[in-house]
Write a new protein. Structure first.
Ligand SMILES: N[C@@H](CCC(=O)N[C@@H](CS)C(=O)NCC(=O)O)C(=O)O
Length: 179
């Protein structure tokens, strides 16, 4: 059964899944979904049938379609258990999911394209206003993330394995010099 990944090259959620696929040495078909060309290919009726949220990435494995990067990573780990991404130990697994969710739900959505587009379209915010708002929430999220990681004896750069690290992306990293 082939694996197809509908994704966009600079989407952080797409990065997560591509990193997981490469980590597991799985070959996959890369299907680009351009987020800005022609108003955004993620809004097409065809793509919305795969993911009604209109987000990338979406994985197609045979007849099975799955969206949400962390759900995809969990699925890949179950179906292709070689080179695991998530630890088996319940406490370690819980911690990895906690850290991943801080990024996935607590940081990334604040800088999502549709949020920034809506600020411009609905509220008329200029680029400085948009960036200030994003920086405020991303910085707060990263500060919390750092506390959680430090409390658990880790640091983000160097040797830190697991799914939560795969959630980090350069767009958030540039906001925070320590990462
Ligand atoms: N929690 C979702 C987030 C997916 C997401 O927000 N993807 C962004 C790109 S990183 C997207 O498709 N945005 C499209 C838009 O804002 O219109 C996941 O992990 O897959």
């Amino acid at each position: 059964m082939t694996l197809k990944l509908f994704n966009y090259f600079r989407s952080s959620a797409s990065y997560r899944v591509r990193i997981a696929l490469h980590w597991k040495n799985l070959s996959f078909e890369y299907i680009p979904v351009h987020l800005t060309k022609a108003g955004g290919e993620q809004h097409s009726a065809e793509y919305r049938r795969l993911n009604p949220m209109g987000h990338v990435p979406a994985l197609v494995h045979g007849e099975y379609v799955l969206a949400e990067s962390l759900a995809i990573i969990e699925y890949l780990d179950r179906v292709f258990p070689e080179r695991p991404l998530l630890p088996n130990d319940p406490a370690a697994r819980g911690r990895v999911i906690q850290i991943s969710e801080i990024i996935n739900s607590g940081i990334q959505p604040y800088q999502n394209l549709k949020v920034l587009q809506d600020f411009e379209k609905t509220y008329g915010w200029d680029v400085t206003q948009r960036e200030d708002w994003v920086r405020k929430w991303v910085t707060a999220g990263l500060a919390s993330l750092e506390k959680v990681v430090e409390k658990n004896g880790g640091h983000i750069r160097g040797g830190w394995r697991g799914d939560s690290r795969r959630c980090l992306h350069r767009s958030t990293a540039v906001q925070h010099p320590k990462i």
